[in-house]
Ligand binder design. Structure first.
Ligand code: CA
Length: 216
């Protein structure tokens, strides 16, 4: 969906019936005449993506009975790059927010907000405004306001090198070859980096590396 365009078809992926009905209603109020297809599971959503008209907008819950909505977002962004994917979740923590954004989510809405606010945020999509709940927008801003120099100083120069390589998607084996050290040693550095940065995945380490200016 391009900017300044009203979605005519939407997909709602949500396993809780109350929440699903709430989202369908919000979509109908936001975009009168919109056709909404609802799915309860990832499997159902994948089937609908093939059988129903292509949605311009997808509202996706993260905790689904057969997996994570994040996988669905990644799939939609790959197969239907024009479709705007918006997370609708009760989770506002970094472990849900950042991987979802990394997968390609273009918005993140929390379920605990009033219907009018939800409608306003949804309507903003047709004017090119990314739908973000205020708490999420604050969290994103806060992430960049966190004190990176402390973290930067915590890493040794070698750890910083390793981090900048793995953050670019280079494998530990390749990094070992590039640095002229063993893969085993690189593994040790990675463990230490994760511990110092208090992260548990390459994606989070990459985000922190970006924040530190190690990669662009
Ligand atoms: Ca759920």
């Amino acid at each position: 969906m391009s900017r300044e365009q009203v979605p005519v078809c939407a997909l709602v992926v949500e396993d809780q019936r109350d929440a699903q009905a709430w989202l369908c209603l919000a979509l109908a109020s936001s975009f009168p005449g919109i056709s909404v297809v609802a799915a309860d599971t990832l499997r159902d959503a994948r089937a609908r993506l093939i059988s129903s008209p292509r949605p311009q907008l997808a509202l996706i819950d993260l905790g689904l009975p057969d997996g994570s909505g994040i996988d669905l977002i990644a799939q939609i962004k790959r197969d239907l790059p024009q479709t705007i994917c918006v997370v609708v979740s009760i989770f506002d923590d970094d472990h849900h927010l950042f991987p979802a954004l990394r997968a390609g989510a273009q918005g993140y809405l929390l379920k605990d907000q009033p219907q009018e606010q939800l409608i306003e945020l949804l309507q903003g999509i047709s004017h090119g405004r990314p739908p973000l709940s205020p708490a999420i927008a604050r969290k994103l801003l806060g992430f960049f306001h966190a004190a990176p120099p402390v973290i930067a100083n915590a890493l040794t120069p070698r750890e910083t090198e390793v981090l900048s390589l793995i953050a670019k998607g280079i494998t530990q084996g390749e990094a070992a070859r590039m640095l002229g050290i063993s893969t085993h040693t690189v593994c040790g550095y990675v463990k230490e980096i994760y511990r110092k940065l208090n992260v548990s995945s390459r994606a989070e380490a990459a985000l922190t590396a970006q924040k530190l200016g190690l990669i662009s």
